[in-house]
Design a protein around this ligand. Structure first.
Ligand SMILES: [Fe+2]
Ligand SMILES: [Fe+2]
Length: 202
């Protein structure tokens, strides 16, 4: 598989993840019980929209090849259910926990690919990565403020399984010998566990 095709696929996954993040953060901001939380989540939604636009621009630059495969679909469905149920804390485990950590690892893989559109990709990598780290911190702050329950341990395990399935689909999609699917997930999972230790205090 050519480098350009790999990049196109990575960017398609990234664009889809950013669109999911934008929709979810916007709905979270409408559910938030405190003004600061609502404002911060609305700001996150705006940043996610801009990330989706940057990913779409980069795709145009490198030339979008083949139809997009939506490997994010299981996470879309589960987040949709939790948003409909109205459990803000659960949606945070899904978005600011699993989706954000997957996105961060994906951006790092993206940064390892050299391409003529390298300057745009580099800017995308630096800017988006900085903002994504802010979203991880926001998730921790919100979860520490919200009244959380012990069932969240189960919820994060359910999201973790969906995250693992997605990570393996991404690695398979790229068909890159350097990107071992299980090793890729292990990187995401270690970061997620660290985040979880701060975000869930019981
Ligand atoms: Fe983002
Ligand atoms: Fe984000």
């Amino acid at each position: 598989m050519s480098n350009a095709l790999k990049l196109a696929r990575l960017l398609q996954v990234l664009r889809s993840g950013e669109q999911l993040a934008a929709q979810t953060a916007l709905q979270q901001s409408q559910m938030a019980p405190l003004p600061w939380m609502s404002r911060a989540l609305a700001a996150q939604a705006a940043q996610e929209r801009s990330h989706a636009t940057i990913a779409a621009t980069a795709l145009t630059l490198i030339g979008e090849r083949h139809s997009a495969v939506n490997v994010m679909q299981p996470l879309y469905q589960r987040l949709g259910l939790d948003l409909d149920t109205g459990n803000l804390a659960d949606t945070m485990l899904g978005l600011q926990g699993v989706v954000e950590h997957l996105g961060e690892a994906l951006l790092e893989v993206l940064g390892a690919h050299a391409h003529p559109a390298g300057a745009v990709l580099h800017a995308l990598h630096e800017k988006v990565l900085r903002q994504e780290r802010g979203h991880l911190l926001l998730g921790t702050r919100c979860l520490q403020t919200l009244r959380t329950s012990t069932h969240q341990r189960d919820v994060i395990e359910e999201y973790r399984i969906l995250g693992q399935t997605t990570a393996i689909s991404v690695a398979t999609l790229l068909d890159d010998a350097r990107l071992n699917a299980h090793a890729f997930w292990a990187i995401v999972d270690a970061r997620l566990s660290d985040w979880q230790a701060h975000a869930l205090r019981h």
